[in-house]
Ligand binder design. Structure first.
Ligand SMILES: Nc1ncnc2c1ncn2[C@@H]1O[C@H](COP(=O)(O)OP(=O)(O)OP(=O)(O)O)[C@@H](O)[C@H]1O
Ligand SMILES: O=C(O)C1=C[C@@H](O)[C@@H](O)[C@H](O)C1
Ligand SMILES: [Mg+2]
Length: 184
């Protein structure tokens, strides 16, 4: 089976990369991020793809990247913040172990400052972030098997919450024969 054990969705600053890498370490699996896959395939930064080819083209590249990662990546997978905006990408997520990492604006600002080169938050980031989340929260929720509020939780706490919500086991547990305890 080569499908991801966890697929993380959520807005910028939700902690997808931080928690995703932590969780992958804990489960002893790989971590992959579709934004990074797109940059590698296109050979240029996401901001440049938006400028040169536009958002619809970016969403098509993203759809292909999500499809490929769902088919081939057996670890923790983080999607771009807007991946759920595309109907076909949402369809691809049906039945997958998707976790929505939720974050409030104040926490997102504390965490990422909203000054990073994000094309959709380029002008008046607070207002855009709020509007973006109004549109997106129902979609994140729709695709999610579990919703984890990240406010007031450390990345370690969030990783614990995901393990509990999806009833994941560390790799060592997964290979131990059923009914046998580990010897001291
Ligand atoms: N639960 C948390 N509590 C406090 N800080 C956090 C938490 N999760 C992540 N951070 C911090 O917030 C910042 C953004 O986190 P991260 O890059 O993991 O978010 P992301 O969801 O991957 O964002 P992007 O969509 O931009 O890739 C990092 O500096 C990280 O250390
Ligand atoms: O929220 C969004 O729409 C985006 C988030 C990033 O992860 C990137 O996928 C890109 O900047 C678009
Ligand atoms: Mg990230």
């Amino acid at each position: 089976m080569t499908a991801p054990v966890v697929v993380l969705v959520g807005p910028p600053g939700a902690g997808k990369s931080t928690v995703g890498a932590l969780l992958a370490d804990r489960l002893d699996v790989g971590y992959r991020d579709t934004d990074a896959d797109i940059v590698a395939t296109a050979g240029k930064p996401i901001a440049e793809i938006f400028i040169d080819e536009g958002e619809p083209h970016f969403r098509a590249l993203e759809r292909a990247a999500v499809r490929a990662a769902l088919d081939t990546h057996p670890g923790v997978l983080a999607l771009g913040g807007g991946a759920i905006m595309d109907d076909a990408t949402r369809q691809l997520l049906t039945g997958r172990p998707v976790v929505f990492l939720d974050v409030e604006l104040a926490d997102a600002i504390k965490r990422v400052g909203l000054d990073a080169p994000r094309p959709l938050l380029a002008v008046n980031p607070r207002k855009q972030w709020r509007e973006l989340m109004e549109r997106r929260r129902p979609l994140y929720t729709e695709v999610a098997r579990a919703v984890i509020a990240t406010g007031g939780r450390t990345p370690e706490d969030v990783a614990d919450a995901i393990v509990d919500a999806l009833e994941l086991r560390p790799a060592a547990d997964a290979v131990r024969p059923a009914g046998r305890e580990e010897q001291a």
